[in-house]
Design a protein around this ligand. Structure first.
Ligand SMILES: Nc1nc2c(ncn2[C@@H]2O[C@H](COP(=O)(O)OP(=O)(O)OP(=O)(O)O)[C@@H](O)[C@H]2O)c(=O)[nH]1
Ligand SMILES: [Mg+2]
Length: 217
């Protein structure tokens, strides 16, 4: 692998979280913020802090991640949330796993740093989906909120979902393609600022669950 992986951060209204998110990334790694139609100045904050920005007007986590993959320029890419909820300290070890050829996909498994950061409804839905994945031979305990892989290989998987089904569809396709998947723990904490759009409410969890269950039929 030549150079550090580019870090893709899908962001919908993450202006408040971004300063600490960017400060917590491995030093010197190029960063690409995908501004997914934010109205809070996310793109300006990202640029002022030295990140590259690509704009994806079509809403949805999957749409943002896909736009980031298309725009990224490095052989290996890392994707994680732009809300500061995931500890990026794990990225160098994850990237090494992929660069060394020990895995085709390195993923994180969330370990909450304290009670309350992962609401019961989101955690229960996640555990159920991970169990269904393992029954299908995909050896994971989370739906990969942070992942590292080769950019072209990810694009070739042709994940079609553009909303919250994206991470699950990616795992299903990677499993079907025989990818070796390495999972490692990643500290999960409260977002660094701004407002929760998904797991903070039962409604958000239900929406995410709807996006995902269609894929498991
Ligand atoms: N909810 C949502 N997040 C998006 C979208 N596009 C990009 N994102 C980003 O995707 C990342 C993951 O979002 P989530 O963690 O699922 O949503 P969240 O608002 O952080 O909600 P919680 O983590 O449940 O508090 C965050 O960095 C969002 O800013 C979108 O259309 N909807
Ligand atoms: Mg979040």
């Amino acid at each position: 692998m030549s150079g550090s992986p580019q870090i893709v951060l899908p962001c919908l209204d993450e202006a408040q979280a971004l300063p600490s998110v960017l400060a917590g990334l491995p030093a010197g790694w190029p960063v690409l913020v995908v501004d997914n139609g934010s109205t809070d100045g996310t793109a300006d904050v990202a640029r002022s802090l030295g990140a590259d920005v690509v704009v994806e007007p079509r809403r949805g986590y999957g749409a943002a991640v896909h736009a980031g993959l298309v725009a990224a320029r490095t052989e290996v890419v890392a994707v994680l949330d732009g809300d500061g909820s995931l500890d990026a300290e794990v990225l160098p070890a994850m990237a090494a796993t992929v660069a060394d050829g020990r895995a085709d996909l390195a993923v994180g498994r969330r370990v909450p740093v304290s009670a309350g950061v992962w609401p019961w409804h989101a955690r229960a839905g996640n555990a159920l989906i991970a169990a269904l994945l393992r029954r299908r031979g995909v050896p994971v305990h989370d739906i990969a909120p942070i992942r590292v892989a080769r950019r072209q290989a990810l694009l070739d998987l042709a994940v079609a979902d553009r909303a919250f089904g994206y991470p699950l569809e990616l795992l299903l396709r990677a499993g079907a393609a025989g990818w070796r998947i390495a999972e490692s723990p990643v500290a999960y904490r409260a977002r660094a600022g701004g407002r929760s759009k998904v797991s903070g409410s039962v409604r958000g969890t239900v929406r995410a669950a709807r996006d995902m269950t269609g894929l498991l039929r």
